[in-house]
Design a protein around this ligand. Structure first.
Ligand SMILES: Nc1ncnc2c1ncn2[C@@H]1O[C@H](COP(=O)(O)OP(=O)(O)OP(=O)(O)O)[C@@H](O)[C@H]1O
Length: 224
């Protein structure tokens, strides 16, 4: 569960987010809005990467201002550009790196890495240089490196922006089947079309909130 109470974020004397009070129990939540409307800032609030200037953000019952480290262990975050997230030379090493703080025996780490890579069709690439993967495969690798930690919530900032139609659809299928609560920031309206709830931000304010069809309709009208 995610709860925002009276949340505002002020950066460089500008209200980047303003007056957000929201309870988000739904499993798949989309966030849409124009460039600069505050979507990335909203996403970053959910794991304490950004802190509210006013109000509170509670995630899984914890205040992001007080328990950011604990929250980060349970909230996975996926950036738009997987290159920003891939840190080790090979595919398998990159996923294993996520598990470094778990104190698991080597064999167990290897088994977990193999399992998640197989699940997302990357097992054959386990020993390949990560930076040689295609854009879609890199996004899947970044996802594997997050999912291997079994987060309770997954926050994604425009996960399909750099992907072609086939890879976008593959990511959409994967998201449909994930058990985690998802918060997905996206300009890809097709991706959000079957979500449980869509929030639309405009100039830092919530201007629509509800099922995808009316909420995305409102966003389309805003952009017209
Ligand atoms: N650290 C910062 N200092 C000052 N202003 C910032 C900072 N971070 C973001 N902003 C401003 O806040 C506004 C919202 O930014 P944000 O990245 O959250 O928007 P967004 O909706 O994700 O945009 P996009 O769709 O282009 O990614 C922008 O006008 C941005 O310039």
């Amino acid at each position: 569960m995610i709860e925002l109470t009276g949340v505002g974020v002020r950066l460089a004397e500008r209200d980047v987010l303003d007056g957000l009070t929201l309870t988000l129990p739904e499993r798949r939540i989309g966030v849409a809005g124009a460039n600069g409307s505050g979507k990335s800032t909203f996403a970053r609030l959910l794991n304490g990467l950004a802190l509210p200037t006013t109000g509170t953000v509670r995630v899984l019952g914890m205040d992001t201002r007080r328990e950011a480290a604990k929250i980060r262990r349970r909230v996975g975050f996926l950036f738009t550009d997987p290159d920003a997230q891939i840190v080790m030379p090979t595919v398998a090493e990159d996923v294993a790196f996520s598990l470094r703080r778990r104190g698991l025996p080597k064999a167990e780490v290897a088994a977990l890495v193999e399992e998640v890579l197989s699940r997302y069709g990357l097992a054959a690439h386990a020993d390949h240089p990560a930076h040689q993967l295609s854009g879609g495969q890199k996004q899947l690798l970044a996802l594997c490196s997050v999912l291997v930690l079994e987060p309770d919530i997954l926050v994604m900032d425009e996960p399909t922006t750099l992907l072609d139609l086939r890879n976008s659809r593959q990511v959409a299928r994967i998201l449909r089947d994930l058990p985690q609560q998802l918060v997905v920031v996206s300009h890809d309206l097709a991706l959000l079309a079957d979500f449980d709830r869509v929030l639309v931000l405009d100039q830092g304010k919530l201007v629509a909130d509800g099922p995808p069809e009316p909420a995305l309709g409102h966003y389309r009208d805003l952009m017209a």
